[in-house]
Design a protein around this ligand. Structure first.
Ligand code: SF4
Length: 445
């Protein structure tokens, strides 16, 4: 009997897919997978190291779990993911509690990593950042059974001045259309009600392939004939949203009209400093086009406040952009100077306190917009994917406007006693109340 293995997945959904691939490979090799670290003889922590708080969270998780070694049951601790890539050989001295470090390019060597760690060796297992899984790779699903992420590409060829991702994940590489279609069929056939297409930049999909393909072509090819669930696309790069893509989303019965476009800023000067294309005017034009072609489109963005050199005028441009764009969902982060990125070396760093104040101001403007947007839904019927029971007769779910993890919820109430909903299935509900983020809706049964 092989020793049981547990895995802790930190960071984003792209990392979660890697975690599921590692667990799938270990399961195939005969290692029992357990949920609780206390029941495991080997624990893998799949880390994020995008920004300093994520690095700290990863180190804390590793140190916490290493305490289990003292109790005697845990024999080996493995650090996988971006932390291993970012700090590589330094980690052997810095984290003696960890046995083996596995970089993202070596995800498919996880079985060897476990064997190595159990044999008492310490090593950083490296490989070029070229790996990407395929539909045949075993996956041990750890997201809820109704939700699945499909990584359509890995890496990033953009060079945003504040971001470490390209150095952690390598050049952009797309999976073949047929391979993604095969995985889609497997997941849909296995009961996934929402399939989320992810990559660091989904709109670049297929550009580097020979012959080239596109996200629009991928959507048109997905085998959706018997699929009654949702397809959702995350992480679209602002200036790569083509008319073809908007058309493909609008015409696909399964693809929710949800556009997640991390604009990051709107001032031309700041966007140039960031190394990103476009400006607020171009972006507003694009949003108007999406709304013209798909009137019920839900628009989400993320922004960064306080990039070096961001003046009061730049910030006013950003505030004005948010007022005009009227996003359905918006996330905003204060700028964080990440060592090793060009932005961290820039002059005119904005004091962290000022960046946080700007973040709060943006949030406050958006909250009013969000409430007004939500109020427009009162009286409408929405299809909701039920995800959890709050109490008898009350559940929480998500509508097409809410991506998992990052957006809001629809609180569902039974119209009368005896009405039931099933977790992981869709219901239709009539919206009765709007709050800043969530909606309340009644299920008639
Ligand atoms: S698009 Fe920019 S911010 Fe996003 S992962 Fe690539 S480099 Fe980082």
């Amino acid at each position: 009997m092989k020793p049981p293995v547990a895995l802790v997945s930190l960071g984003c959904s792209k990392n979660l897919v890697d975690s599921e691939v590692m667990l799938g490979l270990l399961d195939e090799a005969g290692y029992p997978i357990v949920e609780d670290n206390e029941d495991a003889q080997v624990v893998i922590v799949n880390t994020c190291a995008f920004i300093e708080p994520a690095v700290n969270e990863a180190i804390e998780a590793l140190l916490d779990i290493s305490e289990l070694k003292k109790k005697g049951k845990l024999q080996a601790l493995i650090c996988a993911g971006c932390l291993s890539q970012r700090y590589q050989d330094d980690l052997l001295a810095e984290l003696p509690e960890v046995d083996v470090f596995l970089t993202p390019g070596a995800v498919d060597q996880v079985v060897e990593a476990v064997q190595l760690a159990l044999s008492g060796q310490r090593e950083v297992m490296k490989a070029p950042l070229e790996y990407i899984y395929d539909a045949q790779t075993p996956r041990w699903r750890s997201a809820p059974s109704w939700l699945a992420y499909v990584k359509i590409a890995e890496g990033c060829d953009n060079r945003c001045a504040y971001c470490t991702i390209p150095s952690l994940r390598g050049r952009y590489r797309s999976r073949p259309v047929d391979d993604i279609c095969d995985e889609f069929s497997n997941l849909a056939g296995g009961g996934a009600q929402e399939i989320v297409l992810i990559a660091h930049d989904t709109t670049r999909y297929g550009e580097e392939m020979e012959p080239p393909s596109s996200l629009a072509a991928l959507l048109e090819n997905l085998p959706t004939r018997d699929y009654n669930g949702w397809i959702r696309i995350m992480y679209m790069y602002p200036t790569r949203i083509t008319t073809n893509l908007i058309n493909a989303v609008g015409q696909s019965i399964c693809t929710v009209p949800y556009f997640d476009i991390p604009f990051q800023h709107a001032s031309q000067g700041i966007l140039q400093r960031m190394g990103r294309a476009g400006d607020g005017e171009v972006y507003l034009h694009e949003l108007a086009q999406i709304r013209r072609m798909i009137p019920d489109a839900a628009l989400r963005t993320t922004l960064i406040a306080g990039l070096p050199g961001e003046t009061e005028e730049d910030f006013e441009v950003l505030l004005d952009f948010v007022r005009q764009a009227r996003f359905d969902r918006l996330g905003v982060f204060p700028y964080w100077p990440e060592p090793g990125t060009p932005a961290a070396e820039m002059e005119d760093q904005v004091p962290p306190e000022a960046a946080r104040q700007r973040q709060e101001e943006l949030i406050s403007v958006q909250e009013q917009i969000s409430l007004e947007k939500n109020e427009q839904f009162v009286g409408q019927r929405l299809r909701v994917l039920v995800e959890r029971e709050i109490e008898e007769g009350v559940w929480a779910g998500r509508s097409y406007r809410d991506a998992p993890e990052v957006d809001a919820e629809v609180i569902l109430r039974a119209a009368s006693e005896g009405i039931r909903t099933n977790i992981g299935e869709f219901v239709w509900a009539t919206v009765t109340k709007a709050q800043v983020h969530d909606l309340t809706a009644v299920v008639q049964g």
